[in-house]
Ligand binder design. Structure first.
Ligand code: NAD
Length: 341
């Protein structure tokens, strides 16, 4: 790798780019002077061929970075896969290691952005401000159907108390909620703040609201399933701003139809890859599960926008460029959480 301390003109091929990616990455590139190639398309086995003379690819949540793609990247002399997100479930890290490609990510660009969006979903579902907004615009000032509940005193169960789960716990405590948490690693500071660490089953049994903040992996896949839903309180609210695969969609649809789940807020969806980040308003959507979910009056879907704040996009651009620079110059990154391979 380049050890000259100069990263100018190294070419980065960006995949799945949106207009706002170009704005933020171009803005913060003035200090780095990388050569940036932006592709709107997803990275997948068919699109690797687009890469021309780049040594780095920059990918997002729904790019496909499996062994087949990684082998093709290695053939194209790609040295670094830079994720411009925190989650990395879409990258085959073993394959990257095998082909000698470094993988980095942005571990914590704005935990508050995601935590605040989770709370926004709770407040919207509960107080139905989205319905009130439309209703008064049609001069309908009736309150019928808008009844909510006090958040104060309710039990909120958090699964995963890393950067985002911790930020979300503080918000929930601020609302006067009782906060239960489950994580494979317990956090002393949170316990001190008033959070009770309990087993997963206790989260399901005791929570009025369950919010998911753990990564998607073999242990957490479909953590919300038919059995876990059967343990839950009647009228439970489930919020997922983490990864779609944490929820078994068919079971949640059943839970909603039976009335067991009274509110569902999802910013992520297991099959979002074919839907999110695009305007499909003129298309016939073939995914019957998302159509069914969107037909419930007590389901709120946002299209993976929890991270989408000015502060987060600034951090994403700066940390991504600094990760790449460190790897090019030092072959290492000081923040160990940012370096995956
Ligand atoms: P983090 O690494 O700081 O925290 C993850 C926590 O989950 C850790 O405390 C870890 O111990 C815990 N965990 C791991 N395995 C677990 C298990 N089996 N059961 C329970 N807990 C477990 O990550 P973070 O920054 O807090 O992000 C959490 C997730 O949020 C990411 O993995 C990502 O998928 C998602 N995310 C979504 C958005 C969005 O825009 N919707 C944005 C950023 C991150």
């Amino acid at each position: 790798m380049n050890t000259a301390g100069n990263v100018e003109n190294h070419k980065i091929a960006f995949f799945s780019t949106q207009p706002y990616d170009k704005v933020f990455f171009n803005k913060y590139n003035t200090d780095f002077k990388f050569n940036l190639d932006f592709y709107e398309t997803q990275l997948n086995p068919q699109t690797v061929v687009l890469i021309e003379n780049a040594s780095i690819v920059c990918v997002f949540v729904n790019d496909i970075v499996n062994e087949q793609v990684i082998k093709q990247l290695a053939d194209k002399n790609i040295k670094i896969i830079a994720l411009r997100c925190a989650g990395f479930n879409n990258v085959d890290l073993e394959a990257a290691k095998k082909y000698g490609i470094k993988v980095c990510r942005v571990p914590a660009y704005s935990p508050q952005a995601v935590a605040e969006h989770a709370m926004a979903m709770i407040l919207t579902l509960n107080r139905k401000t989205h319905k009130a907004y439309n209703r008064v615009r049609e001069q309908n000032f009736s309150l019928n159907g808008l009844l909510g509940f006090d958040l104060f005193g309710k039990t909120v169960g958090i699964i995963g108390t890393g950067n985002i789960g911790k930020a979300f716990a503080k918000i929930a405590l601020g609302f006067g909620c009782k906060v239960l948490a489950y994580d494979i690693v317990q956090n002393e500071e949170m316990r001190h703040d008033g959070v009770s660490f309990v087993g997963l089953e206790e989260i399901f049994k005791s929570s009025d609201i369950i919010s998911l903040h753990c990564p998607l992996n073999d242990q957490t896949k479909h953590v919300i399933n038919k059995t876990s839903i059967s343990f839950m309180k009647d009228n439970v609210m489930i919020i997922n701003t983490s990864r779609g695969g944490l929820i078994e969609t068919s079971s949640v649809i059943e839970g909603l139809k039976e009335g067991k789940i009274a509110y569902l807020g999802i910013d992520v969806y297991e099959q979002e890859e074919k839907l999110f980040f695009r305007d499909l308003s003129a298309d016939i959507i073939q995914d019957d599960n998302i159509q069914r979910l969107m037909s419930f009056p007590n389901v709120l879907v946002t299209a993976h926008q929890a991270f989408f704040t000015n502060e987060a996009l600034t951090q994403i651009a700066l940390v991504t460029f600094n990760n790449i620079k460190s790897l090019l110059i030092e072959n290492d990154i000081e923040n160990k959480a940012a370096l995956l391979v």
